[in-house]
Design a protein. Structure first.
Lengths: 229, 229
DNA sequence: CCCTCGAAGATTGTGTGCAAACCTAGGGGC
DNA sequence: GCCCCTAGGTTTGCACACAATCTTCGAGGG
């Protein structure tokens, strides 16, 4: 029973998808008329959408000079991981008492499928990991039943999510990451919130090491212009 | 050398001040034309300001039904304190290695003045505590040098900040709170991040106990209409 | 007496026009 | 040759007007 969305909401959703989906790279200029034509609406709802995306941190908005897709430095990326280390283990701990058998089975299913498509060999599909990983973490966050913490986490994670593919993982780190998911399920099953918290902390630190390494490599090797047509 | 602000920015700032200052109580309806006249601009910049305030969590925005000053339930208030417990002790720990003698002296000065104006007696002035307390915590957050964590904290704290007065503190809790500030300075001076983190955690838990008690008292005793002229 | 339906008023959503600010290219001065 | 300044085009900021939606209030039927 979904009420028909307003134009501004559609523009907001579409733009968010374009940015998060990688169709619009960081630094890309976002002209109002161009977006308006692309989305089939006037400039007004586009402006509203850009305002909101700016508040979300997905675009940078400079008065009289327009909008660009947000960029971030390596320091900011590390900052986001500090934040995740502060929040996600806590959320995981909150999830422990709430996990039903059904939840555990589905989380385990997700973790197993990630191992299947993530293990080296002919069936490896790193792109298929992204939605599975997202589903796993979302499920965990939902299970925590803590909207405020979840919102704070989502707000901070959104911007750099563009980079969230698994091609930057080396074999060792990837194996660790996949094992963490299974271990988190085990900790949930055991009802051990301390264990769950610890594994999640390790999981994020592992990801941080991978991402920071990849980011520094990119920014030091490839100082190319950040423009897209 | 401040570039002249746009109308939307002025509207944003003024509205934020009105809400945070308590001139507009939670639940107050925010008509676009009314605000436009009050601020001397047209509806367009007002709409943009409302959009941003909604993203900040200060106003609630329902399509086709307008904006109201954000309200929050006791559960949400507790959620905010969970978030503070996750972030502020960490920020305090980050501040430890960065604190210079000057910083320590100024923090101690603030803490002492809070004890002076906060102690029972003829000189007690609970309203004077608010800016001092804010200065103390801001100083600490700045010292941590971690914009991402600070932004996450600020975003979550903003909404319920309206309630941040010290009249709801009982004598015992107030004394604890003031002592915590001094103890945090001591921990910083000792360079003991674990100590600093622990005291900050206690500080926030103490505040949570006070606020939650006050909020439940209000909502259970006084189910009055949430309207303001 | 209560519920449902409908119309008038009020409020928000969106398109459009104009003024101001910004970016770029070209010419003149040092 | 380099820098500054100016003129043109482009883009954003804001106001206003109209369309769509919601709210309110009253009349009619059960």
């Amino acid at each position: 029973m979904t009420r028909p969305l307003t134009s501004a909401e559609r523009a907001l959703g579409e733009l968010r998808e374009l940015i998060l989906g990688g169709a619009l790279l960081p630094g890309t200029r976002l002209g109002e008329v161009e977006l308006a034509e692309r989305l089939g609406v006037s400039r007004t709802p586009v402006r509203e959408a850009l305002s909101r995306l700016a508040a979300e941190g997905l675009v940078e908005l400079v008065p009289n000079r327009g909008a660009r897709v947000a960029t971030w430095t390596v320091a900011e990326l590390e900052g986001v991981f500090d934040l995740r280390v502060s929040l996600e283990p806590q959320l995981t701990a909150f999830a422990v008492p709430n996990a039903t058998d059904v939840d555990l089975a589905e989380l385990e299913e997700l973790a197993h499928r990630m191992v299947e498509v993530g293990s080296p060999g002919p069936g490896q599909d790193l792109d298929a990991l992204v939605p599975l990983n997202r589903a796993f973490h979302d499920r965990l966050v939902t299970l925590a039943g803590h909207p405020t913490l979840a919102a704070a986490l989502a707000a901070a994670i959104h911007p750099p999510i563009v980079r969230r593919n698994f091609h930057t993982y080396d074999a060792e780190s990837l194996r660790r990451s996949l094992a963490h998911h299974l271990e988190i399920v085990a900790a949930l099953r055991a009802g051990d919130s301390g264990w769950a918290r610890a594994v999640m902390t390790a999981h994020i630190c592992n990801a941080r090491a991978v991402m920071v390494r990849a980011a520094t490599a990119v920014t030091t090797q490839d100082p190319s212009d950040e423009e897209a047509s």
